[in-house]
Design a binder for this molecule. Structure first.
Ligand SMILES: *Cc1c(COP(=O)(O)O)cnc(C)c1O
Length: 408
């Protein structure tokens, strides 16, 4: 096993890897905070391996940059954060797996409750021997995915208040259309949530934390909720990674992409005219073309729909992907980069300033959204964390190693 930081860094940089700019990440959190009313909190959403950016390093960096809580989608993700020493409040946003409820209670991990049945399934798994499980009441104001309908909020809150095995920490809702140009559904959901929060307050059941806005709502300034005596929070996800949650809204200038996906040129070769490239010969060379193998494929998260569509940048030149992306390897044409040599850097995703694909461009080509492009990046891709442009940590399949000489 390769142990020291320097060796793990060299191994990561020798092949496909993602560079994660922790300064950009912290800057994005600072921007979100600057948009919030006095006293409001940021819940950093780091589900799905922090949208592909690395769960534990991003969780720690978010807290260091001023987020007061973390949110994930699975209890296992929260347990990984606890195992890494994260003591800040963590909320599991999705309906929770009752088989892990005991572990959540033992580790002080908050779960979302959206129905009486959901509550009872959690309670069945909890004993009286545990500290009370923190819960956030989830109200379905129009997303129609998970949560109690507004008319049932007070009743569910009463059931929670009667139950010593839980402690209500928050109430929240989630927007269905905050990214769309038409804000009517957004406004209606906001009204319904405000009414639900008021009904809870009138019944003396107002939880201490109230939260509603996702990244798109933050960009639109839809963050305030009339809830005297409560702390307001926002759940910021995609925007923290410097990506735009909406095609309809401009991304403010201070928001910067955090991730670059790079790899190293492998074998360089010429494909003779009339011959095809990769599985299925979906690209046929019409003249002799110089090509290079890149050690990255769809199993790494380079989505296969980018076959014959995406590109890499090598030595400043745009080099199109030729033929099908394979599980572990991809071929690019390097006619535009005549000096290319094995070991050269090939950039697949970046902020676009170097000519590489942005997550938005890759998503458009692949018929998906930027969320899926970054969250698809596999654990097999080592992540190299940068501060002040310098590598300070590496997360690879062996785990996280930090530069002993860097103060993190
Ligand atoms: C993922 C998620 C978020 C964050 O959404 P972004 O669009 O990435 O900001 C917030 N709340 C819930 C319930 C989520 O599932």
């Amino acid at each position: 096993m390769i142990e020291p930081f320097a060796a793990r860094l060299a191994a990561a940089q020798g092949g496909a890897h993602a560079l994660i700019d922790l300064d950009a990440f912290a800057g994005n959190i600072a921007y979100v905070r600057s948009q919030l009313p006095e006293g409001a909190e940021v819940i950093a959403v780091i589900k799905a391996n922090a949208y592909g950016h690395g769960l534990v390093p991003c969780g720690r960096a978010a807290l260091a940059a001023g987020a007061s809580r973390l949110a994930v989608a699975r209890i296992e993700e929260a347990l990984l954060l606890r195992a890494a020493g994260v003591v800040a409040p963590i909320l599991v946003l999705s309906p929770a797996n009752p088989a892990l409820a005991r572990q959540a209670a033992e580790s002080g991990i908050a779960l979302a409750v959206g129905s009486a049945t959901g509550l009872n399934r959690l309670l069945d798994a909890l004993g009286d021997d545990l500290p009370p499980l923190p819960v956030h009441l989830k109200v379905d104001t129009g997303m129609h995915r998970f949560g109690v309908e507004p008319e049932g909020v007070v009743e569910l809150a009463r059931a929670l208040a009667r139950e010593p095995r839980v402690r209500v920490e928050g109430v929240f809702t989630h927007f269905a259309t905050a990214d769309a140009a038409d804000d009517r559904v957004l406004q209606e959901q906001t009204r319904r949530f405000a009414a639900a929060v008021q009904a809870l307050a009138a019944a003396g059941l107002q939880p201490p934390l109230v939260h509603m806005a996702n990244s798109a709502a933050i960009l639109r300034g839809v963050v305030e909720i009339p809830a005297p005596r409560a702390t307001i929070a926002v759940r910021a996800g995609l925007i923290l990674y410097g990506l735009n949650p909406s095609r309809e809204l401009p991304l403010p200038a201070p928001i910067r992409p955090v991730l670059r996906l790079v790899t190293r040129v492998g074998q360089v070769f010429t494909v003779p005219p009339g011959e095809g490239i990769s599985y299925g010969w979906s690209y046929i060379a019409e003249r002799p073309i110089r090509c290079a193998n890149l050690p990255i494929g769809y199993a790494d998260g380079l989505v296969r729909l980018l076959s014959n569509q995406g590109w890499a940048v090598v030595g400043g030149a745009v080099c199109p992907i030729r033929g099908r992306i394979c599980m572990d390897q991809t071929v690019i044409e390097v006619e535009a980069a005549p000096d290319v040599a094995e070991g050269d850097e090939a950039v697949l995703l970046s902020d676009g300033r170097d000519g590489a694909m942005t997550a938005d461009q890759a998503a458009a080509l692949a018929g998906t959204i930027n969320y899926e492009i970054v969250s698809a990046l596999a654990a097999r891709i080592p992540r190299v964390y940068l501060r002040g442009g310098r590598p300070v940590a590496v997360l690879d399949l062996l785990g996280l190693v930090e530069d002993p000489s860097a103060a993190c």
